[in-house]
Design a protein around this ligand. Structure first.
Ligand SMILES: [Zn+2]
Length: 81
């Protein structure tokens, strides 16, 4: 479960973006509503659609979740053991 936020200020196209907690873009998003904890971003987006007509999930959050917490450039040091 992750904590999700939705921006209260829409983007140029009128879309409100949902971010998971820990997304770097959240720091640049002062106007936001805490949606609570959800198992997937899709659930959080669905909840946000109750508040706003146009909601999209953050691409950066989705990418981060797929790649996990791999921040090191040295891929050789983290082999399966
Ligand atoms: Zn995000």
């Amino acid at each position: 479960m992750s904590n999700y936020y939705v921006s209260t200020l829409p983007q140029a196209r009128g879309e409100h973006v949902v971010h998971a907690e820990g997304c770097p873009q959240l720091e640049r998003m002062p106007f936001r509503v805490n949606l609570g904890e959800y198992p997937t971003s899709d659930d959080a987006v669905e909840k946000a659609r109750i508040l706003f007509p146009h909601v999209v999930g953050c691409q950066q959050c989705a990418a981060q979740r797929q790649h996990g917490d791999e921040r090191s450039d040295d891929a050789n040091s983290s082999g399966m053991s």
